[in-house]
Design a protein around this ligand. Sequence first.
Ligand code: BJW
Length: 291
Amino acid sequence: ASKAAYSSVSLFHEKLLRSNRILAICGAGLSAASGLPTFRGAGGLWRNHNAVELATPEAFEADPGLVWLFYAYRRHMALEANPNPAHYALAELARKKPGFRCLTQNVDNLHVRAQHPSEQLSLLHGSLFALKCSNAPGCKWTDPYNTADPLCPALAPAAEKNTDPTKPLPLLDPSKPLADIKPDELPHCPECETGLVRPGVVWFGEPLDEGMLDEIDEWIEKEPVDMVLVIGTSSFVYPAAGYAERARTEGRTAVVTVNLELGSAQGRNKIEEGDFGFEGDAAVLLPELLK
Ligand code: BJW
């Protein structure tokens, strides 16, 4: 049986009031209310492809055109989406509590667009709107912020609208075959000229930014953390999934899970005395919890 104080909002508010050092770890569920699909479970399929399998260097090597269509579609969707009340509640918490730090696995730029102070935000898995060279780290070329939509003429199908807004986007229509985009139709690195331009995100097996990880470690180790918020993530993917337990100082740190399905959200994290779990849409719960 779990010892978590499930859904006691007033106990949570008491703990929040006494908390200065707060760490949030966010995942795709945070942006679900903005209309952006998650990776696992319902919504984790893009056409007939598993989204997690497309987010790999191997998939890009095998078929860069297909992987670029997936990312071009996600860039388009993220540009059309807006931050939701949960992004704004986190940005507000950052302004109220200088000891709050947010680690997000999301690449959709919605925290930034909700004006989350940048020094209190770490983009663990990069950004859909950053570009780099597929020869990285050998080639250092990057474009840190590029919102061209479509990025190149071959990727135009990802930005194609439907004349009937009640129907799915033409790109997602399973009865229509996907365009077979060849590497020479994709943008090449302007610096080395041999690599393809690729999304500036972190795929499986790739290292996260070392400087950013060192800074997070330093922050965690500096002083005990009072509260860890684990929001809209399945806590499957490392290193993100390890931070809740890393930051825990027994008897002091409350781990607070906010998820549409609490049962799916735990990963390898433990539930201890003083922890909290809130089940529901983060966009509804967070403004209530963080006010
Ligand atoms: C709602 C909601 C609503 C829905 N409200 N909630 C230690 C042990 C074992 C393996 C490893 C380890 N350390 C490293 C590894 C290897 C690997 C890894 O973690 N593998 C695991 C599968 C075990 N990690 C890596 O490779 C990382 N690199 C690394 O560590 O380098 C060094 C190294 C390499 C190799 C070995 C050892 C060391 C890199 C990880 C990069 C992950 N990349 C992706 C793609 C990013 C680009 C893109 O967006 O396309 O990141 S994969 C994908 O998963 C994406 C996400 O950020 C990430 C996490 O997913 P998330 O956000 O949790 O989404 P979902 O869909 O899983 O969950 C959504 C949740 O929301 C659900 O719980 C819903 O219930 C909930 N929800 N609606 C609230 N409205």
